[in-house]
Each structure stands twice: as C-alpha cells, then as structure tokens.
Design a protein around this ligand. Structure first.
Ligand code: ADP
Ligand code: MG
Length: 480
C-alpha cells in the first residue's frame, strides 16, 4: 500500500467504527489518531500519548482489528504506537469530513499553558479587574449541552461588540459559566492586547461602586467603566435589591452598548426569573443573546475527565473514568473535585486505586458533610414491632441520599434523585412485595411498566455499581 492507499484504508476503518462508537468518544479517541504503517499483516496506528494508547488498546483494539480484517483479508493484527508529534498537530481533518455535519464537537484540546497546574492572576488594564489565565476557550470541553454557549463565546471573542450584544449565559452551579466568561476575556486580550477588558462579579461591582461613592469618587468609577471595550459581569442574580447600583449599571450598560462595546453577563437563571431586577435592566439583558448551559451528559463528563487527566499529566484506567462519569452528578466542579482527590490518592499511595478505593474516595469527596450511616448514626430507623410500610422505605432511602422524601416522589429527573427514586421502588417491590401497579400509584400514578423498568435497572446496576451497593446495604440494614 502506498501512503494514499494506506490513509484511505484507515478512513474506511473509521467509517465502519463510527456508527458503533458513541460520537463523543469517537471524536475524542480517533480525532488525534493516525495510521502509521501496514507491514507483514500488521496494521500500526499512532496516537499522541501513552494515555491514548492505553485507552485505545483497552477499548477499541479488538474492534479496530475486526473491522480491518473485514476490509482487507491480509490483516492479521493491529497495534497502537505513540507518536508524540500528533499532540501538536491539528486533529485529523478527515475525521471531521467523515462526520455528518452536526455541530457538536467534543473538544479535548488542552492549552499548553495548563500543564504547570499553577497559575498567576494577571492584572488587566491596570484597573483592578482580573482575568484568570487558567480559563481558556481551548481547555473548555464542548459537549451538546454547552455547545451553543461556547460558539457564542467564540464569536464574541473574535469580534467583540458586533455579534451578540449583550451575551447572557445562564445555567446551574458548576456548569462552566465563569470559565466561559473568563475565556472570553482571555481570548479578547490575546487577539486585541490593547482593548480594555474588565471582569467582575455583580457583587464586586456593587462593592466597588459603594466604596467609590463613599469616597466621593463616583465620577472616577463612571469613567473607568464607561471606557471599557469589554465588560464582563458574572452572577448577576446577586443583584438583588442593590437599587442604586442597578441604576449605575444601567447607565454603564447604555453607554457601552451605544458605543458598540461588548457586554457579557451570566446568571444561574434567565433574566425574567431574577427577583428584584429592575424592569429596564431586565429588558436590556433580554435584547441580546440569551443562551443556557445544560448539565453535562455522560459523554461530556467523560471528555472533561479525560481533558483534566491530560492537563495534570495523569493516566487513569478507562474503568475508573467511566465509573466517575457514571456516578458523578452534573456539577463539573464536583466532578473535577473527585478527580483531584483520586489523583492525590495516587500521588500519596504511589499506586493505582482499585475500583473499590475509587468508590470510597468518590463517596467521601461527593458528600463530605454526610455522617457515616453504616455506623448507626441515622436519625430515623425502621419501626419496632410493626411491619414496614412505604413511608419507611421513602424516609430511609431519602435519608441515605440526603434528600427529602418528597423529592423521591417528585417528577424531577436529575440523576441524583432518579436513582434513589428507583432504588426506593426496588425496595418496595423486593422487601414489601408490592405490585408494580401499587408502587406506581405511590409514585404519583406512574405506569406499572415504568416501575418494572426501574426495578430491572436497579437489579442490573447493583451488579456493577459498588457505590450503589453501599447505599443499598445501608438502607437494607436500616430497614431491618
Ligand atoms: P459556574 O460558574 O457555572 O458555577 P465554573 O465556570 O466555575 O462554573 O466551573 C466549575 C469548574 O468546572 C471550573 O473549574 C471549570 O474550569 C470547570 N468546568 C466547567 N465546565 C467545563 C467544561 N465544559 N470544560 C472544562 N472545564 C469545565
Ligand atoms: Mg461562576
């Protein structure tokens, strides 16, 4: 095979793999993978780091070999080598060409400045605002939930003041709002070093304004803010009731907007849901681009974990990463927190944790405030001398997960509630021997097939999810 044939062969393999591998994983693992050679029946592929090598070997080598054999009978085996020059290369553009034009890339490019782990806070434009260089668009992992926000942040960074103005990003805690806002600041400063960029939270803005007014330097405050090219205000939901500050911000906003300067805002909720926000500010916020960030799905969580591992120069087995992605909630800060605890464990112990260790570390870092229920510290317990009823199951399950019983009965489909809810259904079926129909009624009139499905799901999960087993055992003990 000459080079061109070799590449085409590799691309036909990729085309065969693509439908059977989850999209995010496909992009993550094969975006930087290249074909190296085909000699003596051995197809050699190259990946950028040993981290990739371990992962692709573990998860995809059999699949790759099988597809390669199907396409070319001369193939005997495949192997993966490391070629570190792939690190610095752009992703194989042909990968993108293979893709249907769905605008949902999972970017795992990490900025080279991240590797030190430390960062300094850089003062910008001498006005006391600080943009943290740690947060960049390059190290923001893009998944379907934040893809629009990311695209808007990028557009605004490329031409501040002329695309989406104001840009208003909202979403729950720990979903990357501050990261994106700071990235915009960094990107603008990189592209236009002379532009005046200011980042503050709404609280900082308020405090600064009040302090300046007290010092009778309100005009200085005005001058500073109204001469900016890019004003970023984070967490505007905290603007509650600071009326005078809101008026000041309103004028600042108008001055900047009319001068064609960019304004970027974030909040944990859309403007219409921010209590105490002045009507005219609300309508200003709503006149630009409003974009929400949704909680990350499994693939995005996995991609974030991978990126962070690479940044920190660590190698974790696919099983461990999958375990974390599967069991973590959707707060990325917590997700990264669990990973950090794990990496600290590895550094301290000098060995890879077992899945059981991981479950333990995971449990500790996710719920630090939680008493050790296994030691009998729980407040409620099963009734003495009467048989168990559904309320006991609800109470004990809720307590084990630090939830309210009513949350178990609610319609909320967040994983943190969904799994405990399913577990409660499972206990009602297995321990109370209720019919699926009856359990469905208890949970607000759910169909019996929904309950059946939930019970099957738990029965399956219990086989492989050690953390769930721990919860299961704790509740089971309490029910006795
Ligand atoms: P928010 O402001 O929405 O509460 P942050 O921006 O502070 O959330 O994010 C919490 C942490 O998670 C930060 O360390 C951030 O870098 C990280 N993070 C969140 N989303 C992503 C993402 N998509 N890619 C990489 N890191 C992320
Ligand atoms: Mg934030």
């Amino acid at each position: 095979m000459d080079e061109r044939e070799l590449r085409e062969f590799w691309h036909s393999i990729l085309r065969a793999l693509q439908p059977v591998i989850k999209r995010a994983e496909f992009l993550t693992w094969f975006g930087n993978t290249n074909v190296h050679s085909f000699e003596g029946g051995i197809l050699t592929l190259a990946v950028p780091t040993i981290f990739y090598q371990s992962w692709v070997n573990n998860k995809y080598l059999n699949l790759i070999t099988a597809e390669a054999k199907k396409l070319n009978s001369e193939v005997k085996s495949a192997k993966i080598i490391v070629d570190s020059t792939l690190m610095r290369q752009k992703k194989d553009t042909n990968i993108t060409a293979l893709e249907a034009p769905q605008p949902k890339p999972v970017s795992t490019t990490s900025s080279p400045t991240q590797s030190s782990g430390k960062y300094e806070v850089q003062e910008v434009s001498g006005n006391g605002s600080s943009i943290n260089p740690r947060y960049t668009l390059e190290n923001f992992v893009v998944g379907q939930e934040n893809q629009l926000a990311y695209a808007a942040a990028k557009a605004v960074s490329n031409s501040p003041g002329s695309t989406y103005n104001p840009l208003f990003i909202y979403g729950g805690v720990g979903l990357g709002k501050t990261h994106l806002l700071q990235s915009i600041g960094n990107a603008v400063l990189k592209k236009y070093p002379k532009k005046r960029v200011h980042y503050s939270t709404s609280e900082e803005f308020t405090n600064e304004y009040i302090a300046m007014v007290q010092k009778k330097r309100a005009s200085q405050f005005k001058e500073k803010y109204r001469n900016l090219d890019l004003l970023i205000v984070d967490d505007v939901q905290f603007w509650a009731r600071a009326e005078q500050t809101q008026i000041e911000f309103f004028h600042t906003f108008n001055a900047l907007y009319e001068a064609g300067k960019q304004i970027v805002l974030s909040s944990d909720r859309p403007p219409r849901e921010i209590a105490n926000l002045e009507q005219r500010l609300r309508s200003r916020f709503e006149m630009g681009m409003l974009i929400d960030i949704q909680p990350p799905v499994y693939e995005t969580k996995l991609a974030i974990l991978l990126t962070k591992c690479e940044e920190k120069g660590h190698l974790l087995s696919p099983e461990i990463l999958e375990y974390i992605a599967n069991n973590a909630g959707t707060n990325v800060r917590e997700l990264v927190g669990v990973l950090t605890s794990l990496l600290a464990y590895i550094d301290l112990q000098g060995k890879m944790p077992s899945l059981e260790d991981v479950a333990h570390i995971f449990d500790r870092s996710m719920k630090p405030e939680k008493p050790n229920t296994a030691q009998g510290l729980r407040q409620s317990s099963a009734p003495m001398g009467r048989s168990l009823n559904e309320q006991d199951v609800l109470n004990l399950t809720a307590e084990e997960f630090n939830l309210a019983p009513a949350e178990l009965l609610s319609e909320v489909r967040k994983r943190e509630i969904l799994v405990p809810r399913q577990l409660a259904m499972y206990f009602m079926r297995e321990d109370l021997q209720f019919s699926y129909e009856h359990i469905g009624e208890i949970f607000g009139g759910k169909n019996h097939t929904t309950v059946m499905h939930a019970c099957q799901k738990i029965a399956e999960q219990i086989k492989k999810d050690k953390l769930l087993v721990k919860h299961y055992n704790a509740i089971k003990r309490a029910l006795r």
